[in-house]
Design a protein around this ligand. Sequence first.
Ligand code: ADP
Ligand code: MG
Length: 349
Amino acid sequence: MATSSCQYIPTDTQKLGVAAIHGENLTSIFTGKEDVTAVDNVSFDIEENKITAIIGESGSGKSTLLKLIYGLLEPNEGEVRYKGWLVPTRKDKLIPGHDAMKMVSQGFDDLNLYAKVWDNIASQLPNTNLDYKQSRTAEILKKLRIDHLAQHRVADLSGGERQRVAIARALINDPEVLLMDEPFNQVDAAFRDGLQQDIKQIVMETGLTVILVSHDPAEVLAMADALIVMRNGKIVDAGNPKDLYFRPKHHYTAILLAKSNILSPKQALILNIQQEDSVAIHQEWINVKENRNSTFKILDIKFRGFYSEYVLGNKEISLHAIVKTETPLPIGTGVDIDILNFISFPVQL
Ligand code: ADP
Ligand code: MG
């Protein structure tokens, strides 16, 4: 196996003192009728043995960034390095993709639907050592908890089971980095936690580095060690999930992670918050108390199980608030609004 720290490009010299995966001033433009700058001059560092999630709304450039990291796309500007060495692209390497990395693409393109699970995975190993092929395949099936499905055809499996097969297939040759594009999309919500937990376990046991793309941050908040937030091809925020949740640098991050209420300075003033900048108020930072004389009313109530989401408003603004469901107030009730906390951003809305 070509080692991770290998030099693919003869003129390259290893860059020292940078993170395991290091992107610098990366730009990727798709040319067509109109040029699209999918990734717009981004720089980032991704640590090894961790789970990093690239999050952002649809079309923000997440998949493009993942492909740049793997070497499937040639950047128009900038570079990506793995362990200090340039990641090879099509012009440097016949089969695209860094040898130390494996990518699980969206939609199970790599799986043979009509072959058995066992064969889909074992086929990744050479026939030079059949005992090893047998034992290694059994081992990886077990690790992904799909050993009982070994003799089933992939076509007969659920989305979650297919995703486990795809991951097992990607991991069988011990890559150092696993790249996944929206890996939980096809997995029923009830089975996501289990798969996320298993990926976390594998990272802990093997020191694998995982980079995954998600448009649903809630699903990766508990799983990721680090987040990279993309918007319109740019990285607007990066850091650990808790920091980004409580101290986002961009209102977009607050909306993405906390479904936060974003108010202009003028709107904030209605709640007696005096700020020159826009502010974010997370839904759980709002207390509600019945007051018949208040101008604020409960406009709508969304039942969410152990809590309810109230939509509160007056003529000027409306806010979403999380309220425990114990003593529900009916729609139309006048309420006082108590803001427990807010974040301000020196960013124009
Ligand atoms: P995301 O994964 O966040 O949804 P993408 O990286 O797929 O975003 O796309 C970013 C932007 O680049 C979008 O505007 C998309 O339409 C455009 N784009 C992506 N791939 C191509 C392509 N092969 N050709 C032209 N435009 C593309
Ligand atoms: Mg995508």
